[in-house]
Design a protein around this ligand. Structure first.
Ligand code: FA5
Ligand code: MG
Length: 415
């Protein structure tokens, strides 16, 4: 029961979150069921798998990036509040006004000014402004998304940024000669207008080898990797690294050469650099054979946590599921209303059903030409992870979801 947790108090139009009060407004779309999980910080819990993974990543960067005094170059931030301004999450990263990620259906908004960060990139600018040139950020990020074994409205990311001044970049590679990092050139597929070809080649090489070697460190020397061209508003060029896992390519991270404009804006216009952002759950699920993303929330369950109780974070661990209780599978179909969004429904299901909902899948999208109406049918899978969910219990939850959908989304049930 979350009754004693901070709550959304719709009546006086405020949200209390992490000790602060926010006024709600017409864009507020944060769900009260999410609030108790905000700021829990699984990545900082001793013996949590996300913590083991974080420590392995930190160790890797400490070991591979040291200065002349033999000290680590990267500093680590893992406790920055997930409440950020829209400016931090979007504008500071050149995300255009009409970009899909800004839609209310994609992110969680406290109000028109504040939101839950949708990626750890939100903190790049502020950290660069403090004068840092190498840092890692670990944090919980929030997105409105589909529901299945690998999607949950909260997941965790690791961000890395490395900046260089002209001399530094070339001397690091033992390159002498009159090379520059900046020029007044043209933008093309391989570089930004202000960057020289030579500088970008060195950065790209360091970025890609750093991340490939991280994959080898985590998954072993034999893991297959491939680079895919990508697009992000705040890097150019950009790539994604995929690793082969059980015969399938899995996207592990996004990265690229940082756009110069935000750097200049943050007072680092004399430097160039690279950045990356990777998803911790995706990696941890493969690394430890954790089959379902909801398992990461069993941090109060000793059957789960005790399996990750190791001193050395690089100890190989194969997770054994403590128990598996039966699934209960239901269907729900309804006529849609104008402005209906699938994510609103997924959100509502998660809010009403809680973690007992394992999966929601759109199974039929039907248009009735005479009635000129759309209907959707969803399959909802219920499973309690700590006990066997009875048919009666599942019936009640399913009914509550149906009622909430017609009340809150205005859809018309077609039982
Ligand atoms: C980003 O979030 C960018 N901020 C990454 C970045 C940083 C690019 C710095 C360039 C420079 P993306 O949305 O692709 O990109 O997410 C990055 C990683 O987070 C993905 O590769 C994946 O590993 C993980 N991820 C994304 N969405 C999910 C999800 N719904 N569930 C689990 N992991 C996810
Ligand atoms: Mg991506």
């Amino acid at each position: 029961c979350y009754c004693t947790s901070p709550k959304l108090s719709e009546k006086n139009g405020t949200i209390e979150l992490l000790g602060k009060t926010y006024k709600t407004d017409h864009v507020t779309n944060i769900r009260s069921s999410l609030i108790p999980k905000i700021g829990i910080g699984l990545h900082n819990m001793k013996h949590h798998p996300l913590n083991l993974l974080k420590r392995q990543i930190v160790d890797y960067f400490y070991k591979n990036f040291i200065n002349r005094q033999k000290n680590p170059v990267f500093s680590v931030y893992d406790s920055i509040s997930p409440v950020v301004t829209l400016h931090q999450n979007f504008d500071s990263l050149l995300v255009p006004e009409d970009h899909v990620s800004r839609k209310l259906s994609e992110s969680f908004y406290l109000n028109s000014e504040y939101m839950l960060r949708a990626h750890t990139s939100s903190h790049q600018s502020d950290l660069i402004r403090t004068g840092l040139n190498a840092f890692l950020v670990f944090g919980d990020v929030y997105r409105r998304d589909t529901i299945d074994s690998s999607h949950y409205p909260i997941f965790h990311q690791a961000e890395g940024v490395r900046l260089y001044r002209g001399q530094e970049l070339f001397s690091k590679m033992n390159i002498t000669g009159d090379y520059q990092i900046f020029e007044n050139g043209e933008k093309n597929e391989t570089k930004q207008p202000l960057h020289t070809k030579e500088a970008v080649m060195i950065l790209e090489h360091e970025l890609k080898s750093t991340l490939e070697n991280l994959a080898f460190e985590l998954f072993g020397k034999d893991v297959e990797t491939q680079w895919v061209d990508a697009y992000f508003p705040f890097t150019h060029p950009s790539w994604e690294l995929e690793i082969k896992f059980q015969g399938e390519w899995l996207e592990m991270l996004g990265c690229g050469i940082m756009e110069q404009e935000p750097l200049t804006e943050a007072g680092a216009g004399d430097q160039i650099g690279w950045a990356f952002g990777l998803g911790l759950e995706r990696l941890a699920m493969r690394l430890y054979s954790i089959p379902d993303i909801r398992q990461f929330w069993r941090y109060n369950d000793s059957g789960f946590m005790s399996q990750f109780d190791v001193k050395d974070p690089s100890t190989p661990i194969k997770y054994k599921e403590v128990s598996s209780y039966p699934q209960r599978i239901y269907n729900m179909s309804f006529w849609l209303t104008d402005g209906y969004s699938e994510n609103d429904f997924y959100d509502l299901v998660r809010n009403v059903g809680g973690d007992v909902v394992e999966q929601v899948r759109l199974t039929d999208d039907f248009y009735h030409p005479k009635m000129k109406r759309h209907s959707h049918c969803y399959e909802i899978v219920y499973r309690d992870m700590s006990k066997s969910l009875s048919k009666e219990e599942a019936n009640i939850i399913h009914k509550q979801i149906g009622e909430a959908a017609s009340k809150e989304l205005g859809v018309e049930n077609r039982w």
